[in-house]
Design a protein around this ligand. Structure first.
Ligand SMILES: [Zn+2]
Ligand SMILES: [Zn+2]
Length: 445
């Protein structure tokens, strides 16, 4: 009997105890918890996969260089029209900016680049090889467009569930043309709170994603110098001022900038890729042109290195009695590509849930450049690599090779990740109080 009384007492006490509530997710969070895992299944459906592959192959056959992506842009707009997604065009000549959702904050952007590379010829023998001599999609930007359109299709199906707006950025001229900068200047990121971009990678296995917080790619720039001397007979050097010797000394001196002046723990590069001068064995030419690139991981080092490159070229040339003029190609200068810490955490969480935490790895920073840096310089951004290596299908050639190929099996991952990163961001980031008042943004919606 005493035992029964005890049970009764426990029951009564328990009834009056507060029930612990761990969290009270909003309805939309619950909705998205259900939707998110479906993105990958949806993207893997044969009809969606075939459609993405078809788009990529069409773009691959007709590669277009920076700011000339007219047909690529037309194809993107035709697909957006079919899906009923409103967009702005032209933005930065050929760029397209699409909008999915409420038309209200928060705004989160997803970016794909559209341009191909000037290459002699595609050396991959397949049905859909480049039909345009001198141009090839050898960096995977055709795949980036296909995957972002794949994401757009999924997102548009859920447009009524979205708690904000997803901005689709199709930008021109990533390969040296600074298309991202022009998109920014045209207002493509106005009111946008965060931006994500992926790049296919031949380094990581399929299904593996790589990124890192902080700097991931370097600030880059190009320079060219004309070194003028006095040409003449190679047998009578005393009557000449030899710009070949001056240029050679300039190049050697430039190599001392990183090795002797830079902090060994602050990564920097100076490389000369162009040396043009003379055409005969017995003639000293009037002038020589050299050109190269320099890269750093901080703004301060970039400014310092640029100034020293100019000084070394002009002063070292004068040691050999030559004159030198240095030109910096400002239009193809990119800032450091910087990943926001919170967005990186967001990426790790979303990608880990989709593909398993063991498949989300830390990328090593490298001295390559990306014009996504212009976006992530002004708003929080996250750039990540999407692995596509499959050992069973043989090795993949690295980007910019005439033998470059894309493993199209990767498309569902890219499309689903885009969709998932954006929807989760919206559901977890309610509008900021500082956002502009209703109706003052993206009125094309
Ligand atoms: Zn590239
Ligand atoms: Zn690229």
């Amino acid at each position: 009997m005493a035992f029964l009384k005890l049970i009764f007492l426990i029951f009564i006490l328990h009834s009056f105890m507060p029930i612990p509530i761990s969290s009270t997710p909003s309805l939309n969070k619950e909705v998205f918890a259900q939707i998110r895992p479906d993105f990958l299944d949806f993207a893997k459906k044969p009809e969606i996969m075939d459609w993405m592959v078809g788009i990529r192959r069409k773009i691959h056959e007709n590669p277009e260089l920076g700011y000339e992506e007219f047909e690529t842009s037309k194809l993107i707009r035709a697909e957006l029209d079919l899906m009923g997604i409103p967009y702005k065009y032209p933005v930065a000549v050929t760029g397209v900016v699409g909008y999915i959702g409420t038309g209200k904050p928060p705004f989160v952007a997803l970016r794909a680049d559209m341009d191909a590379l000037a290459m002699e010829v595609e050396l991959v023998e397949w049905e859909h090889k480049s039909k345009v001599p001198g141009k090839m999609h050898a960096c995977g930007h055709d795949a980036h467009v296909a995957m972002l359109l794949g994401a757009a299709k999924m997102l548009q199906e859920h447009r009524n569930d979205l708690q904000g707006t997803i901005v689709l950025i199709f930008q021109p001229a990533e390969e040296g043309g600074g298309g991202a900068k022009k998109m920014l200047d045209a207002g493509a990121l106005d009111n946008v709170d965060a931006i994500f971009a992926l790049h296919v990678s031949t380094k990581f296995p399929i299904g593996v994603l790589a990124s890192r917080p902080g700097p991931i790619l370097a600030a880059t720039s190009f320079f060219e110098a004309v070194i003028n001397g006095k040409g003449g007979h190679a047998a009578l050097p005393q009557h000449t001022v030899d710009p070949i010797l001056a240029a050679s000394n300039v190049i050697v001196s430039l190599q001392h900038l990183v090795s002797r002046e830079a902090d060994p723990l602050d990564s920097q590069v100076v490389s000369i890729g162009k040396f043009q001068g003379g055409g005969a064995f017995n003639v000293i030419p009037d002038s020589v042109t050299i050109g190269g690139t320099f890269r750093t991981f901080s703004k301060e080092s970039f400014v310092q290195l640029k100034q020293r490159i100019e000084e070394v070229i002009t002063k070292q040339a004068s040691v050999q009695r030559c004159n030198a003029k240095v030109i910096f190609h400002e239009n193809s200068s990119y800032p450091v590509c910087f990943n926001n810490k919170e967005l990186h955490e967001h990426f790790r969480k979303v990608a880990g849930e989709m593909l398993g935490v063991q498949n989300v790895v830390e990328a090593m920073a490298n001295m390559g450049g990306e014009d996504f840096a212009f976006f992530s310089e002004v708003i929080p951004g996250l750039f990540f690599f999407l692995g596509m290596k499959n050992e069973t299908q043989g090795p993949l050639q690295s980007g910019h090779s005439p033998y470059y190929t894309v493993n199209e099996d990767v498309f569902p991952y890219g499309a689903a990740l885009h969709a998932s990163l954006a929807t989760t961001y919206l559901s977890e980031n309610p509008p900021k109080h500082t956002s502009p008042p209703e109706g003052s943004f993206h009125d094309e919606l």
